[in-house]
Design a protein around this ligand. Structure first.
Ligand code: S3P
Length: 169
């Protein structure tokens, strides 16, 4: 099974993705890390030197390459990826999409001091606008997991339960 975790910056896509992959014994790929590896540049420099439009194109190409290469894989997407062009359709056609939902204040408190996330520099109000704009895209995921007040273990157990339900249908 191919699974893509989506959600805003700070939602826990990488943390949950890694642990879920370990539990299900499948490879885990973080799209941001894959792009950094392929381009030998950290994300902030990709934004700075090559621009966001280039980054967005690279994101979806990287996703397509990963889902072509693997039959079973957990992918952690970048927070903006589902909200561009037809990306949400592409994600859904090629994987089971899981939205890790959290409230904005929780997300902001996790990301506000992170210099590896170039968009954080825009400031809280602009980032909140981005969050609101992206929510309708995230909501189209096959599955939504409310992570509020849940530990990673509880989130993973909830995902596993929902995956079993899907397999039965
Ligand atoms: C972005 C989120 C980041 C990364 C880039 C842009 C966004 O990924 O792709 O900094 O547009 O929200 P994370 O969601 O893993 O932080």
């Amino acid at each position: 099974m191919k699974i893509t975790l989506i959600g805003f910056m700070g939602a826990g896509k990488t943390t949950i993705g890694k642990e879920l992959a370990e539990k299900l014994n499948v490879p885990f790929i973080d799209i941001d890390k894959e792009i950094e590896k392929n381009l030998s540049l950290p994300i902030p420099e990709i934004f700075e030197k090559l621009g966001e439009t280039f980054f967005r194109k690279t994101e979806i190409e990287t996703f397509k390459a990963i889902t072509t290469r693997f039959n079973n894989v957990i992918v952690s997407s970048g927070g903006g990826m589902p909200a561009f062009d037809k990306n949400m359709e592409i994600l859904k056609e090629n994987s089971v999409t899981i939205y890790l939902k959290a409230d904005f204040e929780t997300l902001w408190s996790r990301i506000k001091n992170d210099s590896n996330r170039p968009l954080v520099k825009l400031g809280k109000d602009r980032v909140k606008e981005l969050f609101e704009k992206r929510k309708p895209f995230y909501k189209r995921a096959h599955m939504t997991i409310d992570t509020t007040g849940k530990t990673p273990l509880e989130i993973i157990e909830t995902i596993e339960k929902k995956l079993k339900e899907i397999r039965k249908t």
